[in-house]
Design a protein around this ligand. Structure first.
Ligand code: GDP
Ligand code: MG
Length: 441
């Protein structure tokens, strides 16, 4: 059965408190391969592994997972943190027009993303948006933006043949000011690779427009080259953020980590398709899971900190859902804890019991606390046991006397029961404990 298999796992891990250097190094070899396979640039992989190895050595291993699994969780958390723990918004809080300038390599998705962002600002934030294409290099580039503008109901600057990018930018600024636009999106010409003439043009436009946001648009399929792209662009203009396009494709998302590491700027959006509503907020945890390809292990470790014996817990959860987790169930838990040496079915997930367990592990208390709790429950009437809310001050005194404890002890027991109940409810909300068995294999 599941609990037997789990018992075996605990047996093997017994006495294994902290991650040893050998465990970590072994796991990091796998992590390194996963990162490279996800197209994270090599220098970024090196720095990252070094940093995380340092963090992981000496880290406590949660009971019921292997050290390797624990390491994956640590790596995952470090990835999420590095990708930007909170979602970054556009910063357009200036007297209008706020200016957004899009930069990036040719074909990265600048023009499409300009229209996507304009649509979003128009529809979600009720902004009046003007778009202007400064791309005089590619034939029909300005017409492309105009067409997209029509599709998303966003105004575009009228095209004047023969004008240079800086002049178009000036004209766009003036139009935005005169016509009361809130936001001006400047779509610039692409570069096939980093080319100084175009870089100079981009800088000149940035000087004239003084944008609040300069977004570097990067194809998420960009592999090892992502580092160079990020470096070159961020050296030329003060980037404020990154947009990763084609996240709907096969890319494992390693470019995200490379961009973030090199520019230090948040990834503000993810392009999720060619359609103009396919723009999402960037989700660090989702991308971390994709990079590692180990989402299941991460959630295993997360859940393992909450539960040991899924069968038992599920049974109790069902009782709980019906509002039936009472003192008799708590007593059964305590009993099991005694028998299993501190490993009750709910032990590691229940806040109340966890405290007792920790205290026991630290030698602050011994088995006697379990005996006392048992005695308190024993001194309750059957009615009180199934309905602990009946225990008023008077009854508590009676229970304390009957069990040779104090009212304080009784209150502590009741609090523990309450904490367990609300923890149970939370777990119910999160979808219950079913299916955990599969995770434990
Ligand atoms: P630009 O040269 O940087 O302006 O790139 P474009 O905006 O013209 O985009 C180049 C191609 O990539 C077009 O065919 C777009 O439809 C496509 N594209 C842009 N963003 C995405 C995305 O997030 N997902 C997918 N699948 N295609 C995209
Ligand atoms: Mg373009």
């Amino acid at each position: 059965s599941l609990s037997e298999r789990l018992g075996g796992v605990f047996e093997r891990l017994r006495g294994r408190g902290a991650l040893g250097e050998a465990d970590v190094r072994a796991a990091m070899r796998e992590v390194r391969i996963a990162l490279l396979e996800a197209d994270v640039a090599l220098p970024v992989v090196r720095d990252f592994i070094e940093k995380v190895t340092e963090q992981a050595v000496g880290h406590q291993v949660v009971k019921s997972v292997t050290p390797g699994q624990q390491v994956v969780k640590i790596v995952n958390d470090a990835l999420v943190e590095m990708l930007g723990s909170e979602t970054a918004e556009l910063e357009l809080d200036v007297s209008p027009p706020a200016i957004i300038m899009m930069v990036g390599l040719q074909g990265s998705g600048k023009t499409t993303t300009s229209a996507k962002i304009a649509k979003r600002l128009t529809e979600k934030d009720r902004k009046k948006v003007l778009m202007a294409s400064l791309d005089v290099n590619r034939p029909a580039a300005q017409e492309q933006l105009a067409t997209l503008g029509t599709q998303v109901n966003v105004a575009t600057l009228p095209i004047v043949a023969g004008q240079q990018p800086v002049d178009i930018a000036r004209r766009a600024l003036q139009a935005a000011k005169l016509q009361g636009f809130d936001v001006l999106v400047l779509d610039t010409a692409g570069r096939l690779h980093v080319d100084q003439a175009l870089m100079d043009e981009m800088k000149a436009v940035a000087d004239v427009a003084q944008p609040q946001e300069i977004l570097l648009v990067v194809d998420s399929l960009t592999g090892q080259d992502a580092v160079n792209v990020a470096k070159n662009f961020s050296e030329q203009v003060p980037l404020t953020g990154v947009v990763l396009t084609r996240m709907d494709g096969d890319a494992r998302g390693g470019a995200a980590l490379s961009m973030r590491a090199v520019t230090g700027k948040p990834i503000k959006f993810a392009g999720m398709g060619e359609k103009l509503d396919a723009l999402e907020q960037f989700h660090p945890s989702r991308v971390a899971g994709r990079i590692l390809g180990m989402g299941d292990v991460v959630s295993l470790v997360e859940r393992a900190t909450e539960t040991i014996n899924a069968d038992e817990a599920e049974k109790l959860a069902q009782k709980m859902a019906k509002g039936q987790f009472d003192m008799n169930d708590l007593r059964a838990q305590l009993d099991q804890m005694k028998r299993m040496g501190g490993m009750g079915a709910l032990a590691s997930m229940m806040p109340g019991i966890k405290k007792v367990q920790n205290a026991m592990a630290n030698g602050q208390v011994d088995d006697r606390i379990l005996v006392r709790m048992d005695a308190m429950i024993g001194s309750m009437t059957p009615k009180e046991r199934s309905k602990p809310e009946l225990l008023n001050a008077k009854r508590k005194i009676r229970v304390a006397k009957g069990s040779g404890t104090t009212v304080q002890d009784v209150n502590r027991l009741l609090k523990m029961h309450q904490e367990m109940s609300s923890a149970m409810k939370k777990i119910r909300k999160m979808g219950g404990l079913k299916g955990l068995g599969a995770l434990f294999g």
